[in-house]
Design a protein around this ligand. Structure first.
Ligand SMILES: Nc1ncnc2c1ncn2[C@@H]1O[C@H](COP(=O)(O)OP(=O)(O)O)[C@@H](O)[C@H]1O
Ligand SMILES: [Mg+2]
Length: 259
């Protein structure tokens, strides 16, 4: 469908993320909430997937469990062929640093660190070598080559989110998860962030999973997974803005019909 470089082509057949019967329950007894109810999915490496669904449908929980930031109550999560679930705390932290990039709606940059220091923090935490030339290359790529010494509060929201993208890219993770990465941005900044995510998939072979409520954002992805009440409620390949909006409008209907 897209032109890819040879590395991306080779990686395409591999499975970047797999969930088997993942269930997550918050609370207990009478106030238990089933946030994820037996979700199974498989995403090939080198793909851009959007996750959509009503508020409270389990999108963030899905990302947190898939990224090893939270633990499912049952089921198996596999990243790049390696089982995430079952690892101990230390193993999990190490795994996240090596294999996972995470982009949050509110950027989550450290205010006292410069753009360059924020970007290289995951490498530092993982005890990996910091290649300043490579860091600068990544920051130039996201349009911040002239902001290396700035602090986050000297940047716009869009620029801060591009630092977060650089921070996610610099470790060359197996999967980048983004939870509403454009939720706090104006239209123009949102477009630039989405363009960067799309580019990282198409030209650099990364795998991106992005939660969004915005059909325009979802249209940048290769496919959309719809969630409702903690369950997968449909999938759409080559999503267009109109087709996504239409599906979202009827998502509740689908679930009722399917129930
Ligand atoms: N830490 C938590 N404690 C209790 N309930 C939670 C917690 N996190 C999420 N939930 C509940 O789990 C369900 C799914 O939440 P979430 O994954 O945040 O949905 P979404 O991101 O789609 O809005 C919701 O009913 C929410 O209230
Ligand atoms: Mg959420």
């Amino acid at each position: 469908m897209f032109r890819r470089n040879r590395g991306a082509e080779a990686a395409r057949s591999a499975e970047a993320l797999r969930l088997d019967g993942v269930t997550k329950v918050y609370g207990s007894a009478e106030n238990a909430v089933i946030a994820l109810d037996g979700v199974s999915l498989s995403l090939p490496a080198g793909t851009f997937t959007a996750v959509m669904g009503p508020s409270g449908s389990g999108k963030s929980t899905l990302l947190q469990c898939a990224a090893g930031l939270d633990r499912p109550d049952s089921g198996i999560v596999t990243v790049d062929g390696e089982e995430v679930t079952g690892a101990g705390e230390a193993g999990l932290a190490k795994f996240r640093r090596r294999r996972i990039g995470f982009i949050f709606q509110q950027y989550n940059l450290l205010p006292t660190l410069t753009v360059e220091q924020n970007t290289t923090l995951p490498l530092k935490l993982a005890g990996r070598r910091i290649d300043r030339g490579r860091t600068r290359e990544v920051l130039t790529h996201v349009g911040l080559g002239d902001r290396l010494g700035h602090r986050p509060d000297e940047l716009s929201g869009g620029q801060q989110q591009r630092v977060a993208i650089a921070r996610a890219l610099v470790t060359e993770p197996s999967v980048i998860f983004a939870d509403e990465p454009t939720g706090a941005l104006d239209t123009r900044s949102a477009r630039s962030v989405l363009g960067l995510l799309q580019e990282s998939v198409r030209f650099h072979g990364r795998t991106v999973v992005m939660v969004t409520h915005d059909p325009v954002a979802a249209s940048y992805a290769d496919s959309v997974l719809f969630l409702a009440d903690g369950r997968l409620a449909g999938e759409m390949n080559a999503p267009t803005v109109d087709a996504v909006a239409e599906r979202l409008a009827h998502l509740g209907d689908d679930v009722r019909v399917g129930a």
